[in-house]
Design a protein around this ligand. Structure first.
Ligand code: SAM
Ligand code: SF4
Length: 477
């Protein structure tokens, strides 16, 4: 199927995104072709009661009488998928036509309507062609999350706050996150000053409005790439401006073990950070070297032991499947190490290839996809021998294979922030460079999204304006 080329006929261009998303399921590197290249035309014909989709000589028609626009588009997706399956001879794809980043949000709407787990599994299979194992995973994750989703009244009162430290000591080859190599100390200080000014203004407003901060998450980048003095200033600011009632969760995504020292861990503990991430990505030194992650496997073990000794009882570890040159055996070894360490949270990401990363789209090969799928199959076997349960899940574009990112936890150790952030039923105020704020309307769970500038210089220059705009938005909460 990967050799197929398609173009969309002029009169069907309004369905570009819908059809493109389905084509990408069959060919992760798909790009539209042209008539000149000999690409096959795709057309969508819309009569009042009946639509059809044609790909070259092959077509499917479907009745649309009485359906709204969303329902019609869903049917278009279904039939586009079926047509491509017929043309390509591909077996069913694990996620069917559920191409979005947050498949669990769809499932929560089913739970809201009173459906049972069995009915939900059936619905996602029938309506989205999701395969039974993924349907079961969706039902499992969302059922676990239900206890943590806020009721409307609570959601109107509680928010979470994200603070961005967009610095890293060096940039990893695969990274798709906005992160800068550590700038000069003076620039770091200016950033910190502005971030804390934003934090202070937001804290004041939230407090005046009678809101409560449920969770705080300091992420990045790598927050522990700040030096101990800067880190202390940041933590002090968070405690002073955001904590007027005890937080239910305070996370710092320490991340890269080469930035974590005993002094910094002590500071985190002293300022009541309860949850930290120490991310190996892989326990194979060969892989770490290949992906330009400048730390050793030994550092992961050492820093983890240090964190335990200091008293952290909620540690997350991130792994990634599909990293450059990594074999199934190396991934199995990483899981063995996790089994020994028993972090409370384990997040297994599937490598997503973004244009901003140093790696190119060429790693999205069929063989690499098969390898990643084998890793996830093994992961399921491994999980059956462990206590870990899945508690949040999301997907990304350009993922290798047909998997997802899943957060696992030991029972009772779910990260609240991860659930709130993924399910979008709580306002999350994002502070700092590149952060996104999501303001939830609790009447209908709709969202208003606003992002801070991604550029560090622009953020520093415009801080007064950024704060004023954020204040305006918060007053409407
Ligand atoms: C925002 S990053 C920051 C974490 C921290 N700086 C570190 O590297 O440990 C959060 C996680 O996203 C994952 N990640 C980053 N780029 C990725 C990519 N292209 N595909 C899949 N996962 C990715 C990694 O597992 C990483 O730990
Ligand atoms: S993976 Fe983490 S440490 Fe590496 S560049 Fe991305 S944010 Fe920075």
């Amino acid at each position: 199927m990967t050799s197929m080329q398609y173009y969309l006929q002029q009169d069907s261009l309004q369905y570009d995104r819908t059809i493109f998303d389905i084509l990408r399921i069959f060919d992760p590197a798909f790009q539209w072709g042209t008539v000149q290249d000999g690409a096959v035309p795709i057309a969508v014909q819309c009569q009042e009661d009946c639509w059809s989709i044609c790909m070259g000589e092959t077509s499917r028609s479907f009745a649309v009488a009485g359906l709204d626009e969303n329902q019609k588009r869903r049917l278009l997706k279904q039939h586009c998928y079926l047509l491509l399956q017929q043309i390509s001879g591909d077996a069913a794809h694990p996620w069917g036509i559920m191409t979005g980043v947050r498949p669990t949000k769809i499932v929560h709407r089913y739970w809201d309507s009173g459906m049972s787990a069995e009915q939900i599994k059936k619905a996602v299979q029938e309506e989205y062609f999701v395969q039974p194992d993924k349907a079961a995973l969706l039902a499992d994750v969302t059922q676990r999350q239900r206890a943590f989703l806020l009721q409307r009244e609570e959601a109107a009162r509680q928010v979470s706050v994200y603070l961005s430290i967009p610095f890293c000591p060096t940039r990893c080859a695969y990274c798709s996150f906005p992160a800068f190599s550590l700038p000069k100390p003076a620039l770091q200080e200016t950033y910190l000053t502005n971030l804390l000014a934003e934090c202070q203004a937001v804290g004041q407003l939230l407090r005046q409005q009678g809101k409560q901060v449920q969770t705080v998450y300091i992420g990045g980048g790598t927050p522990t790439s700040l030096n101990a003095g800067q880190l202390q200033r940041l933590l002090e600011g968070v405690q002073r401006y955001l904590v007027w009632q005890p937080l239910q969760e305070f996370t710092v995504e320490a991340g890269r073990p080469d930035t974590i020292t005993e002094e910094k861990l002590q500071l985190l503990h002293q300022y009541q950070v309860g949850r930290v991430s120490i991310n190996p990505q892989s326990f194979s030194q060969r892989t770490l070297d290949a992906i330009g992650r400048h730390h050793t496997v030994q550092q992961v073990w050492d820093v983890y032991a240090m964190a335990r000794q200091i008293g952290f009882d909620s540690i997350n570890m991130d792994l990634i499947t599909g990293l450059t040159g990594e074999s199934l055996e190396e991934f199995m070894h990483s899981l063995d190490c996790v089994a020994q360490l028993q972090p409370e949270n384990l997040t297994v990401h599937t490598l997503a290839v973004k244009r901003t990363a140093a790696l190119g789209l060429d790693v999205l090969s069929v063989q690499q996809g098969q390898l990643v799928n084998a890793m996830h199959q093994y992961l399921q076997q491994w999980l059956a021998t462990q206590q870990y349960v899945p508690y949040y899940l999301y997907r990304q574009k350009h993922m290798i294979g047909e998997q997802e990112n899943t957060g696992y936890c030991l029972p009772g150790k779910e990260s609240l922030y991860n659930i709130q952030m993924m399910e979008e039923r709580q306002t999350i105020v994002g502070l700092g460079v590149g952060s996104t704020s999501k303001y939830v309307n609790t009447e209908d769970w709709t969202l208003t999204q606003r992002s801070n500038p991604k550029d560090l210089y622009f953020y520093n220059q415009r801080i007064d304006e950024i704060i004023a705009r954020k204040a305006e938005q918060l007053r409407q909460l």
